[in-house]
Design a protein around this ligand. Structure first.
Ligand SMILES: O=CCCC(=O)O
Length: 458
C-alpha cells in the first residue's frame, strides 16, 4: 500500500511517504503509552491550556492547512479552510467543557446502598487507536482527539493512506502545543497492519470512521481482544420533502446537502424522497440547481464541486450510476465523468429507480442524488427506512403532527427538521443499523473512552 499524496485534480503523485517499519510502529505506540501515564496525572486546566494553544495554531495556519487538505483530497478550498476552523472550535469546546462533562457524580442518598458515600468518576482508559478516513482529514481526527486528550487519554492514528501529510501535521500539532511527547502519534501503515496494533496490549480501545467492511474487521478484532470499539460507518441518508414543505428552500438546501465535500460525506443527503404533491416542483428546481453548479479546480474559490478523492472512488460511483441506467432509471442531469484530467464526476440527478437498482441500498459517495416519489407520508417513511443504513436524516414539513411522526419513526441516529444534517460539537453524532454504534461529540462522545468508575465507601 503506497502512502502518498496523489492530487485528485491532476491525478499526479505529489509526495510519497515511507511507511513506518514494525520497529517504528512499536516505538510510537510505546511513546503514546508512556504519554498516557503522564497525561492521566495532569489537571484539566493544564490540558486545556495545551488544547487552546493547539486551537490557536490551527487558526493561525488555517489557509495553509486548508490548501493541504484540498491538494490531498480535492475539497473546495473554502470548505477546507472551514474544516480547519471547525477543528479549532471543537478543541476549544472540549478544553472549556471537559471538566464539567467528566465531573464526579455523587449518589444523592448513599444510605440506599448502605454507604456513607457513593459516586461515579470518569477516568481515562489509556491509549486509543483511531482509524480514520480521508474525507475530512483533520475534522474526523480532531473530533476524536480533542475529547480523548482532554479526558487524559493518548491517541494513535492510522489515517487513510491518501492523506499522509495531514496525518503528519496532526502528529506534530498536539506536542507542539505542549502536550507530553507521544500524546498523539500517527502510524504510517497500511490497512493490513492494523490488526497487530489493535491486539497490542498497550492499546485500550479503538474508534473507526470508515467503510462497512473496515468496520466489520475492526470490530471483530476489537471483540477478539475484548476492547471497546466505536464505529461510525456509511450512510445513505434520506432527505424527505413532505407536501407542506417550503419546496424552494428545501431544494436549495438539498443541493448543499448532496454536494458538500464533493458529495463525499457520510451524512450527506443521498436519497431525496418527495411527496407526490410536490415531487415535480422539487425535481425541477433541484435539477436546475444541480445543473448550475460550478465544477472545477478546488483551489479556485468559485468552485462548488471538485474532483472525487480517488480514482477508485469515482469508478465505484460510476458503476452505481451505470447499474441504475442499465435497469431503466432516468438520468435527469450528469451521469458521466467530464473529459478532463483528474477524478471529476458531474453533479447527477437520477429518478425512476427500479427496485433492484443498487443505488437504493448502497451509498453513493459523490455528487449523485437519487429521487424517489412517495405517494403519501406512510410511503415516505417506508422509503426512508428501507436501507440497511441508519446514520442521519432530514425531513421538511411545516405540519406539527407530521414533524412529530417523522422524528419518532425514522430509523436513524439523528433527524434534522427543515435543515440538512451537520455535525456539531454540542450534539451527539453516530448511527444505528449498519451505520455503526457508539457516539462521538458532545459529553457522551467524550465519555465513550473513559472508565466510568463506581466508588462505594462504608
Ligand atoms: O463523513 C462524515 C462526517 C461528516 C461531518 O462530521 O461533517
Amino acid at each position: 500500500m503506497t502512502i502518498a499524496t496523489v492530487n485528485p485534480t491532476s491525478g499526479k503523485t505529489e509526495v510519497v511517504l515511507e511507511p513506518h517499519s514494525p520497529g517504528e510502529v512499536d516505538a510510537r505506540i510505546g511513546e503514546a503509552h508512556r504519554a498516557a501515564a503522564v497525561l492521566r496525572q495532569t489537571t484539566f486546566a493544564q490540558r486545556a491550556e495545551w488544547m487552546h494553544r493547539a486551537a490557536a495554531f490551527l487558526d493561525e495556519h488555517a489557509e495553509g492547512l486548508g490548501e493541504l487538505i484540498t491538494v490531498e483530497m480535492g475539497k473546495p478550498i473554502g470548505q477546507s479552510v472551514a474544516e480547519v476552523a471547525k477543528c479549532a472550535k471543537a478543541m476549544r469546546f472540549y478544553a472549556d467543557h471537559a471538566e464539567e462533562f467528566l465531573a464526579d457524580a455523587p449518589l444523592a442518598d448513599p444510605t440506599t446502598v448502605g454507604a456513607s458515600g457513593a459516586w461515579t468518576r470518569y477516568e481515562p482508559l489509556g491509549v486509543i487507536l483511531a482509524v480514520m478516513p480521508w474525507n475530512y482529514p483533520l475534522w474526523q481526527v480532531v473530533r476524536f482527539a480533542a475529547p480523548a486528550l482532554m479526558a487524559g487519554n493518548a491517541g494513535v492514528l492510522k489515517h487513510a493512506s491518501n492523506v499522509p501529510q495531514c496525518a503528519m501535521a496532526l502528529d506534530a500539532l498536539f506536542e507542539n502545543a505542549g502536550f507530553p511527547a507521544g500524546s498523539f502519534r500517527t502510524l504510517l501503515i497500511g490497512g493490513s497492519e492494523v490488526a497487530p496494533v489493535i491486539a497490542d496490549p498497550r492499546i485500550a480501545a479503538v474508534t473507526l470512521t470508515g467503510s462497512e467492511p473496515a468496520g466489520r474487521s475492526v470490530a471483530a478484532l476489537a471483540g477478539q481482544h475484548i476492547k471497546k470499539a466505536i464505529l461510525e460507518l456509511g450512510g445513505s441518508d434520506p432527505f424527505i420533502v413532505l407536501a407542506s414543505a417550503d419546496v424552494a428552500e428545501a431544494a436549495r438546501t438539498a443541493v448543499r446537502a448532496r454536494i458538500n465535500n464533493n458529495g463525499q460525506s457520510c451524512i450527506a443527503g443521498k436519497r431525496f424522497i418527495v411527496h407526490t404533491d410536490v415531487y415535480d416542483e422539487f425535481a425541477r428546481e433541484f435539477t436546475r440547481l444541480m445543473v448550475g453548479l460550478t465544477v472545477g479546480d478546488p483551489l479556485d474559490a468559485a468552485t462548488e464541486v471538485g474532483p472525487l478523492a480517488t480514482e477508485s472512488g469515482r469508478a465505484e460511483l460510476a458503476e452505481l450510476v451505470e447499474d441504475a441506467r442499465a435497469k431503466g432509471a432516468s438520468i435527469l442531469t450528469g451521469g458521466s465523468a467530464p473529459d478532463v484530467d483528474g477524478w471529476f464526476y458531474l453533479p447527477t440527478v437520477i429518478a425512476d429507480l427500479p427496485d433492484d437498482a443498487r443505488l437504493i441500498q448502497e451509498e453513493a459517495f459523490g455528487p449523485v442524488a437519487s429521487l424517489y416519489r412517495a405517494c403519501d407520508d406512510e410511503d415516505a417513511l417506508r422509503l426512508a427506512n428501507q436501507t440497511g443504513f441508519g446514520l442521519s436524516s432530514a425531513v421538511w414539513t411545516t405540519d406539527a403532527e407530521e414533524e412529530a411522526r417523522f422524528i419518532a419513526e425514522i430509523d436513524a441516529g439523528a433527524v434534522f427538521v427543515n435543515g440538512m444534517t451537520v455535525s456539531y460539537q454540542e450534539l451527539p453524532f453516530g448511527g444505528i443499523k449498519r451505520s455503526g454504534y457508539g457516539r462521538e461529540l458532545a459529553a457522551v462522545g467524550q465519555r465513550e473512552f473513559c472508565n466510568l468508575k463506581t466508588v462505594w465507601k462504608a
